[in-house]
Design a protein. Structure first.
Length: 292
């Protein structure tokens, strides 16, 4: 049945106020327009919805049935409108971010704290995935934006990418198990040692495999994991030489040292990326501004 939403809106206000004149004031239309809308709705439904008298207006049993369905629907619509308005004014809504656990822990935590302090009513939802998986989530519209390592092979041309921070990737080891301090080590020599690194689904793995291939070398890791922190822990107990971002290494760690490579590895970046073809909420805009 094709019935204009405005007719139900008029019905709702008359049913709540039980007054044609009061409903006209709330809707900012004339009382005759209210009366005419109710007549049209009754004709379309083939039911009498109100009992009209000179003193008062009452719902008929059929009107009561309709009101039980219209009232929650109107409330849901109003709630949706309010949530959208709150999201745009930073008084509510949801912020959806994609980032790896390493970026969350070592880069984003202070920004989460600052944003939550300024806008406590905005719910922050973090999708914790690898940088490659985050790029796919962005493509599918599952997050508002991502903070990712770059280069990232999964980022498409539709993404707006802004650099936030440069970093270097380093090899770290425990000198007690790998006495290589003060020595220049080549990638070819590193092949003879157990390498600990992130798994193939990560941009870090892509990057290191590319570096080895660039020098006509094959990289066969001893251990592949999904956590840089765990790689550092395993390097600390001597299970191998870990390849991790430099910002993950504690500055006062006496059990680890950074190997001195003969080859200079390019620096990488942490970037923020969003889909230029999709609208950005006020909360997302504000958080990305904080990342400056």
């Amino acid at each position: 049945m094709d019935i204009n939403y405005e007719l139900y809106k008029v019905f709702y206000h008359v049913a709540v106020t039980l007054s044609f004149s009061e409903a006209s004031k709330q809707l900012f239309i004339s009382q005759s327009a209210v009366s005419q809308s109710i007549k049209v709705l009754e004709k379309k439904l083939n039911q009498t919805l109100f009992i009209r008298s000179t003193k008062k207006v009452q719902l008929t049993p059929e009107g009561e049935i309709l009101f039980k369905h219209i009232e929650p629907a109107m409330n849901l619509i109003r709630r949706g409108e309010n949530q959208l308005l709150e999201a745009n004014t930073l008084n509510g809504g949801q912020l959806r971010i994609g980032a790896s656990d390493t970026i969350c822990r070592y880069y984003l935590v202070p920004f989460f704290q600052e944003f939550h302090r300024k806008y406590p009513n905005v719910h922050i939802k973090v999708a914790n995935q690898t940088s490659i998986a985050c790029a796919k989530m962005l493509e599918n519209g599952q997050v508002d934006f991502i903070i990712t390592n770059y280069p990232n092979s999964s980022l498409s041309n539709a993404n707006s990418i802004r650099p936030l921070k440069e970093f270097s990737d380093v090899f770290v080891a425990n000198p007690e198990y790998f006495p290589l301090t003060g020595k220049k080590i080549s990638l070819q020599t590193l092949q003879t040692y157990p390498i600990l690194m992130l798994d193939r689904k990560s941009t870090t793995s892509e990057f290191l495999h590319h570096m080895f291939q660039k020098h006509q070398l094959d990289l066969v890791p001893e251990i592949e994991l999904t956590s840089n922190d765990l790689l550092i822990d395993l390097a600390r107990i001597g299970l191998g030489i870990a390849f991790v971002p430099d910002f993950c290494i504690p500055t006062d760690d006496k059990e680890l040292f950074i190997l001195d490579l003969e080859e200079q590895l390019p620096r990488r970046q942490i970037v923020v990326a969003h889909n230029e073809n999709l609208p950005i909420s006020q909360a997302a805009k504000q958080f990305m501004e904080m990342l400056h």
